[in-house]
Each structure stands twice: as structure tokens, then as C-alpha cells.
Design a protein around this ligand. Structure first.
Ligand code: F6P
Length: 489
């Protein structure tokens, strides 16, 4: 009997009865993992309950997939989600020590919710299951589950960046929190740089001993660290973009632009995304290159997020004010340089917008991967592709050399890249786009899920023939091949 896959993440996307689903980056990633085996997806329901005692979780069955959803008491939600996860771990992992607001009460809430989740899941897991935990909300989860006597293979994937040890050390009680990562068998990170940073932290600050091949040992436990850059469902996305390009909303967008070129930015409203810096760089471009006035429009799509955290509310005011200032200075009666939208769009419509855009402007100050960059490339028309401008600080820059790579802190460089992109001839656009698209096809989200799961199975010493083979072949293309051989699809 095949092992079940137990997926754990803060948010859970339950498909509605028609089978549609909300599909952010993490959801697309987990969806790929769900295809590999029978599975359970466990996490927060998104609801906050009145009582201080959390109710038993809700179970929803959908064929070979089931979903287990846990409500959180208001205090837990505040301390765990708005508190330690998003006011300490999020800024620190994005190199923003200056924004971290540490307090022990919120750390307590974070540890408590990880324990609550582990307790709820301990009665669900079966002896042959494999557990795959996602993201910074659940760093201490494996420690809690192991404390309950669960000895299953457990993997963790960090969707956000990992900074060097000096930055991690700024977090009071870092060892109590991050040391819990040693309880996983495999920790996956987005890039080689992230994996090296965490390995250095393990050695320098936790006293773990490197055993080679990304394996670290402490107190008799071994954990392997490895980079698994998250991809997208490249061919599915390219098809969606082709279809979306024929929809009314995309036709309306094109009509509204006339012969103006479109630059597109799509980001959650988050200080890591570099939105004010991008708007300023676009203003700088308009100052330096007046010949582009009335010939180009920046469409910035920015759904609000985490509005209860102070920095996010402040950012909302800052960006609105900047957009107003630049539009006020440059607009003409028939031209608004920046269109700023605080709302989200379906993935289909977004794919159509990407395809309609001459330039994808993706300039985060720090980002684990940035799937907008990958989706923008996948959505392009091969006969007339647009140009990607990409921050050197996005994980995606490691595999996307065809982009114009910029330092988002340098307005001159970003505004020059905008001009280069707008002027770029078809032959160069195609020459840049083709290898990026091939890379995305080769390294898509299915391969990512197979690679991770293959490597996780390979970390276990005693598990019979299948694990032995996984171990033998763990790593890169061989792991992907063996994953395909063994995965129950
Ligand atoms: O990895 C970053 C992440 O947690 C993603 O899972 C998700 O797309 C995004 O942040 C949304 O954050 P939140 O769940 O706080 O709205």
C-alpha cells in the first residue's frame, strides 16, 4: 500500500464543489504534491473562533484528497500569525531586522499553535505516512509532532528566503525556534544561497556538524538541507495565457491602451516587494526620458495583505501618495502614467494581462523565488514576447538569465532597463525569452514536487527496498526519474 502524503501549511485551499480553487504560489506547489499520492492537507481554516479553547478540526473529503481545517482562537491568531510569524520571522528572513518586533508573548503563541496543530494531526497520521510541512509559520511543528512519539519521515520547505547567520542571530531565542528545524529529515530552500546560509547557521550557531552533501548532524539527529527552486505549471500557464488573451477583459485592457506600451507589476502589498522604489524608478524614467511621455503606461496590480500589521497599513498610504505625486506631475488629459489597482484578479485574467504586457517589472527588494516573474515569461507569445526586468534579489534570478537583471535600489539602473526593454527589437526579445521558457518547462512544479519527495524518502535509513533506491538516487535528475518511476499518479 502506497504511503499517504500529509501536507501541512498555514493556509489551506479547499476546492469548492465545482472543483475550482484559489491558486497562489503555495497552493500551486501543494497541488503538484497532491497529484503524487493519496493525501491529507492540514492547516488553519482561515477562521477565528470566539472561545479560548479551539474546537476539533473540520474534515472534508474530496476523493483521494482530504482537508483538515483547524480554527484558531483570537489570541492565538494574533500572537502566532500577526505576531511572531509576520512581525518577526517574515521581516528577519527577508533581511529586515529593522522591522522585526520581538516579544516573548508572541513567541509563546507561535509555539502554542505549532503544538496545537501537531496535537490535532497526531491522531490522524498512520504508520506509513510521509509528512511535508510548508513555510515559516511551522518551523517548530516537527519538534512538537516528534514529542508526541511520531517517527515518520518529515520534510519542510521554506518558501521565503533565508538570510546569513548574522541576521538570524538578531532574533532573540533564535536557537529555540530555528533549532527545531533539526527535527525534520529534509529542509528544502529556494536557492543554493539560501541553503548555504542555513547550513552556515547550523554549523556556526547551533553547533551542528556538516557531514557533506548538505547533511548536518547534532545530538544524534541528521537533517539534510538542499535547494529545490519552486517552479510553476509552465505548459498549463502558457495555455491559460493563450486563451485569456482572447477574453473581453484583456481586449478591453488593450483597447484602453491604444498604441501605448504596457509595463506590468503584480505584487501583494508587501514591503519586501519594493513597490515604492519601483514607482519612484518609473517616475525617474519619465523625468529622464520625456520622449516616452504618453507612449507608455505602468499598470501596478497590488492586492492588500496582512492589513492588521502596522507596516502594511503604512505602506498602503506611502504607495498611494507616490502614485498620486507622479501622476500629478506627469499626467496629460488623455494619459495616466500609472494605473494602480488594490485588488486581485483570477489567475486566468492575470495570465492574459501578462501576455498583453510589453514589459514585466518584477523588482522585489528580497524574495524567496517570485513566481510572478516565471508566470510572466510562461504567458508570453513566442512570436512577440515581452521583456522581463527582474531584481537580482529575487530567487528567480538564479535561473532566468534572459531577464534584464537590476538592483531595485538603483533608480538609474531600473529606469535604464525600462528604456532598454521598451526599445528592444523582436530578435533580441526572442533570444532572451526562449531559453527562459525552456528552463521553466524543464523545471516545472511537478518536477519540483517529485524531486522533494524523492529526496525526503531518501533521507530515511531503514525503510526497505523503496527507500534504499530513493537514497541511492537522491539528487537532481536521477531523483526526478526515480520519483516518476515510484510515484503513484
Ligand atoms: O511564502 C509566502 C506566503 O506565505 C505564501 O504562502 C503566500 O502566497 C503569501 O505569503 C500570502 O501570505 P498570507 O497567507 O499571510 O496572506
Amino acid at each position: 500500500m502506497a504511503r499517504r502524503l500529509i501536507l501541512v501549511s498555514n493556509r489551506v485551499a479547499v476546492p469548492d464543489t465545482e472543483g475550482s480553487r484559489t491558486a497562489g504560489g503555495l497552493t500551486v506547489a501543494i497541488h503538484a504534491a497532491q497529484k503524487l499520492r493519496d493525501n491529507v492537507w492540514f492547516g488553519w481554516s482561515g477562521d477565528v473562533c470566539e472561545s479560548e479553547t479551539p474546537p476539533p478540526p473540520t474534515v472534508i473529503a474530496r476523493g483521494r484528497r482530504s482537508f483538515i481545517l483547524q480554527d484558531l482562537p483570537a489570541t492565538d491568531y494574533q500572537e502566532y500569525y500577526n505576531g511572531f510569524a509576520n512581525r518577526v520571522l517574515w521581516p528577519i528572513f527577508h533581511y529586515r531586522v529593522d522591522l522585526a518586533e520581538f516579544n516573548t508573548v508572541e513567541l509563546g503563541g507561535y509555539l502554542r499553535v505549532n503544538r496545537l496543530f501537531a496535537n490535532a494531526l497526531s491522531s490522524v497520521v498512520q504508520p506509513d505516512d510521509v509528512v511535508w510541512v510548508h513555510d515559516y509559520h511551522l518551523v517548530t511543528f516537527a519538534r512538537e509532532l516528534r514529542a508526541l512519539g511520531v517517527d515518520l519521515p518529515m520534510g519542510f520547505f521554506l518558501h521565503i528566503p533565508c538570510p546569513p547567520p548574522d541576521i538570524l542571530l538578531a532574533m532573540p531565542q533564535h536557537a529555540e525556534t530555528l533549532g527545531a528545524l533539526m527535527q525534520y529529515d529534509l529542509v528544502g530552500l529556494q536557492t543554493e544561497r539560501d541553503a548555504a546560509n542555513l547550513g552556515n547557521y547550523f554549523e556556526q550557531s547551533l553547533g551542528a556538524v556538516g557531514r557533506g552533501n548538505g547533511v548536518f548532524e547534532r545530538d544524534g539527529r541528521r537533517v539534510q538541507l538542499r535547494a529545490f527552486p519552486v517552479g510553476i505549471a509552465t505548459n498549463v500557464y502558457a495555455r491559460a495565457a493563450r486563451c485569456a488573451a482572447r477574453t473581453q477583459s484583456v481586449a478591453d485592457l488593450r483597447d484602453s491602451l491604444g498604441d501605448k506600451q504596457l509595463i506590468l507589476g503584480v505584487d501583494r502589498l508587501d514591503y519586501t516587494k519594493g513597490i515604492p522604489q519601483r514607482i519612484q524608478a518609473f517616475g525617474h524614467f519619465l523625468d529622464r526620458y520625456p520622449e516616452w511621455h504618453e507612449k507608455v503606461t505602468l499598470l501596478q496590480v497590488t492586492p492588500k495583505s496582512r492589513t492588521e500589521v502596522r507596516e502594511y497599513a503604512e505602506l498602503e498610504h506611502e504607495v498611494s501618495a507616490l502614485v498620486g505625486t507622479i501622476n500629478g506631475a506627469h499626467a496629460a488629459p488623455a494619459w495616466t502614467p500609472i494605473r494602480y489597482l488594490n485588488r486581485s484578479f483570477s489567475r486566468g485574467i492575470l495570465a492574459g494581462m501578462y501576455r498583453a504586457a510589453h514589459v514585466g517589472l518584477v523588482t522585489p527588494l528580497r524574495d524567496g523565488m517570485n513566481l510572478v516573474a516565471k508566470e510572466y515569461v510562461a504567458a508570453q507569445d513566442p512570436d512577440d514576447p515581452g521583456v522581463l526586468i527582474l531584481s537580482q534579489f529575487a530567487g528567480a534570478s538564479e535561473g532566468m538569465q534572459g531577464a534584464l537583471i537590476v538592483n531595485p535600489h538603483e533608480p538609474d539602473a531600473v529606469s535604464d532597463a525600462i528604456r532598454t526593454a521598451l526599445d528592444m527589437k523582436l530578435a533580441e526579445r526572442q533570444a532572451r525569452w526562449r531559453p527562459m521558457f525552456a528552463y521553466l518547462q524543464e523545471n516545472d512544479i511537478d518536477r519540483w514536487a517529485e524531486d522533494f519527495l524523492g529526496a525526503l524518502m531518501g533521507t530515511r535509513q531503514s525503510g526497505g527496498f523503496r527507500e534504499g533506491i530513493w537514497r541511492l538516487f537522491s539528487g537532481g535528475a536521477a531523483a526526478a526519474f526515480m520519483a516518476q518511476v515510484f510515484a503513484n499518479r
